[in-house]
Design a protein around this ligand. Structure first.
Ligand SMILES: Cc1ncc(COP(=O)(O)O)c(C=O)c1O
Length: 377
């Protein structure tokens, strides 16, 4: 198998056989001419298939070392398609530090539909074991998690899930396939918000589900066209373009995040720093085994509580106060009020004084100077 960057650039993007164009065209078409009734040349309709979308699906599936990849209009649309393979009465175990939107989808949409959800501390193996019921169909894991950057062992939890005939689902949004490939560690399904690092430029929404399970792939593909939450061809082009630089961007995100974490550890206003690259992070050893680096996200609690944390977030000049993550530009936010507000009152609620940084790829000295001035309250 060729290297990651080579595949990111070439798989699905072979030069056009007619023109030699080195990028796949953006196929802005909703339908395709048919050579006879019911004999389409490519597909019958763009909700079912589109060549630009196919190029993206081929490339990202390859990077995840998956036989199948299905693209969606957003990360949550992909999660929705996957969860629709469940039936009322089924049960899902979710990490108690998952992304708030995943929690909301599971509890308020699928919960209404009759799917049971148990939110557990995934670092406590006996709690995970105890959470399985006869109807558990999925163990849903984010590692590193959003926003506390917890890391859990994919291989061990996959074995546990399989012992209970459940699918192991890993949200690989934070790590990306450049740093971690869950399917090679035993997971059954990988989900992504490609809105984040895959797109990489904060200019597109997207989602992706990858698997080596042929039957599941057929169901996902069915949901993709039967429900219709598909990404448009231009979105697919942007995501494919993002993939080509994913490796180099991740290298820089990782080195900048390492420096930001070191800076915060030494800062008087930072109460606790959450970053898997720190030797005292509880998931550090596992992260070293299953990831090739520690990612671009750093969270920290601020001494002085919620008001001081808010002030820090409103004082940065380079770090933009905004939700989302994974773009080239640095972002800062308060999960309890912003990205994770939907977890209020639940076991998933993050500390109120938590600040989450998506460390971009700007010059590190400028980023550290910005944090220093914002923290000089
Ligand atoms: C870890 C994680 N998974 C899934 C999602 C949902 O993705 P989207 O916003 O593209 O629907 C997000 C969004 O922030 C996320 O952070």
């Amino acid at each position: 198998m060729k290297g990651f960057n080579t595949r990111a650039i070439h798989v699905g993007s072979e030069p056009d056989p007619v023109t030699g164009a080195v990028n796949p065209p953006v196929y802005l078409t909703s339908t395709y001419a048919q050579d006879g009734v019911g004999v389409p040349r490519f597909s019958d309709y763009s909700r079912v298939d589109n060549p630009t979308r196919a190029a993206l699906e081929t490339c990202l599936a390859d990077l995840e070392e998956a036989r199948h990849g299905v693209a969606f209009a957003s990360g949550l649309a992909g999660e929705d398609a996957l969860l629709r393979t469940l039936s009322p009465g089924d049960h899902v175990i979710l990490g108690n530090d998952a992304y708030g939107g995943t929690f909301r989808l599971l509890t308020r949409v699928f919960g209404e539909w009759g799917v049971g959800v148990a939110c557990v501390d995934l670092s406590d193996s006996s709690a995970v074991e105890a959470a399985f019921t006869k109807t558990t169909k999925m163990l849903w894991v984010e590692t590193p998690s959003n926003p506390l950057l917890n890391v859990v062992p994919i291989a061990t939890l996959s074995t546990l899930a399989h012992e209970h005939d459940a699918l192991m689902v890993v949200d690989n949004t934070f790590a990306t396939p450049y740093l971690q490939r869950p399917l090679t560690l035993g997971a059954d399904v990988v989900v992504h918000s490609t809105t984040k690092y895959v797109g990489g430029h904060s200019d597109v929404l997207g989602g992706f589900v990858a698997t080596n399970d042929d039957e599941l792939a057929i169901k996902l593909k069915f949901h993709q066209y039967a429900i219709g939450a598909v990404p448009g061809p231009f979105d697919c082009y942007l995501l494919l373009r993002g993939l080509k630089t994913l490796g180099v961007r991740m290298e820089r995100h990782c080195s900048n995040a390492r420096a930001v974490a070191a800076f915060l550890v030494g800062h008087a206003l930072a109460e606790k720093v959450y970053y898997p690259g720190l030797a005292d992070h509880p998931g550090h050893e596992v992260a070293k085994q299953q990831m090739s680096d520690f990612g671009g996200m750093v969270s920290f609690t601020v001494k002085g509580g919620v008001d001081v944390a808010r002030k820090v977030c409103e004082s940065t000049l380079l770090f933009t106060l905004a939700e989302s993550l994974g773009g080239v530009e640095s972002l800062i936010e308060m999960p309890s009020i912003m990205t994770h507000a939907s977890t209020a009152g639940s076991t998933l609620e993050p500390p109120v004084n938590l600040v989450r940084l998506s460390v971009g790829i700007e010059d590190i000295d400028d980023l550290l100077a910005d944090l220093a001035q914002a923290l000089s309250l």
